[in-house]
Ligand binder design. Sequence first.
Ligand SMILES: Cc1cc2nc3c(=O)[nH]c(=O)nc-3n(C[C@H](O)[C@H](O)[C@H](O)COP(=O)(O)OP(=O)(O)OC[C@H]3O[C@@H](n4cnc5c(N)ncnc54)[C@H](O)[C@@H]3O)c2cc1C
Length: 435
Amino acid sequence: MDDYLREIQGKTAHDPYHNIIKSSSSSKRCVWVPGPVIVGAGPSGLAAAACLKEKGVPSLIIERSNCIASLWQLKTYDRLKLHLPKEFCELPLMSFPPDFPTYPTKQQFVQYLEAYARRFEIRPVFNQSVVSAEYDKSVGVWRVRTAAEAEYLCRWLIVATGENAEAVVPWIEGMEEFGGDVVHTSRYKSGGVYKGKKVLVVGCGNSGMEVCLDLCNHNATPSLVVRDTVHILPQQMLGTSTFGLSMWLLKWLPMRLVDRFLLVVSRLLLGDTGRFGLCRPHLGPLELKNLSGKTPVLDVGTLDKIKNGDIKVLPGIQRLGQQSVEFVDGRTENFDAIILATGYKSNVPCWLKESEMFSEKDGLPKRPFPNGWKGQRGLYSVGFTKRGLLGASMDAKNIAADIQSCWSAEAKHLISPISCPYFMQKHTDDVVFSD
Ligand SMILES: Cc1cc2nc3c(=O)[nH]c(=O)nc-3n(C[C@H](O)[C@H](O)[C@H](O)COP(=O)(O)OP(=O)(O)OC[C@H]3O[C@@H](n4cnc5c(N)ncnc54)[C@H](O)[C@@H]3O)c2cc1C
């Protein structure tokens, strides 16, 4: 009997799974996930799960919110439609329904994602915000902890928390004095509540431009702060989508030539945007996107409102006063509300304890597209390409193929704790095995 105990003690000292559980004892619940853990149930996380499923690899999605695609369902304005035509936004393995319009509404896009999750039987764990994920070298697994004090253990970790995980809210001098509403676009639903009000929209990306249009349509009086140069392109040109045409031209022509073409046609269709305070950058729209990730604005009618004076273009803000805004050119104007269309950022550095794959500075993969999807020790990223849903789909396919190639061999090893009677006897109270 003593010999038996000594043997068990000797084994447990070197048993990686024993050590995993021992050091997890502070967590309320510990879950062993045989396949990859995916953090985030947005389109990217769903695409990764579906591609894995198709290859026979089970996965588990952990999502902080109470629904899939929380960015689309909870943080976008009512009038939002996909900015790009549907053929460039569909996820792998399932097309949009043929009766959907070229630019589906956000409600249609969410319907599509819900059908997608149903079709691939993706059932994320909701209301679990990941607060840390760290590779445990001693046992070769990722420890993923949530705010609810659960710990998930996995061999592969897929980061799918998105480029838009947190709103960027700039600090503006005098903000506390302003007194009116100051909201980020992630909380803006419709211009209806601003009817009859003077509203300053800060930021001239796609969201800022569209919010201005929405405000006009609801009889508010918007002004737009434009601090930087910006490329505005018509959403459609020569009877087709500008994005689709650009992609097609890039197959035959160098980027600079395609840029030149886009700018000539835009000038013919939109006129000189610089005349209205919207000066173009020196680099062309595609080259700029490629180098800096800055997306050109696809105009859906805002420019006409700027041209006819319904939307005033103003320079950068110097400081805020009581319901007033002083601009860098010395002008001061009164406003009832300010809407910050100042974008989003990744939250990866807040929770992923790793410094090789992701940059601390912007929370994006350090390796440029198309190689940013794979890190070390079973770490992957999906949806950080600055190329929207198209980029996410490419990542998801690459990740699934890569994991599948080692899944069969690794799965055998990973099943060992479940099949080990000693492990089961000792740890069944502490550990839950995900199916
Ligand atoms: C207004 C707007 C319009 C857009 N239009 C288009 C378009 O037409 N075409 C296109 O290709 N792209 C578009 N985009 C880009 C858009 O970001 C992507 O289409 C898409 O939403 C990216 O999917 P994702 O899954 O990578 O990120 P998200 O959709 O942001 O999903 C990430 C998920 O991760 C969750 N999460 C974050 N942190 C944690 C955590 N710590 N723990 C657990 N869960 C977490 C979030 O709650 C979220 O559900 C648009 C973006 C915006 C803001």
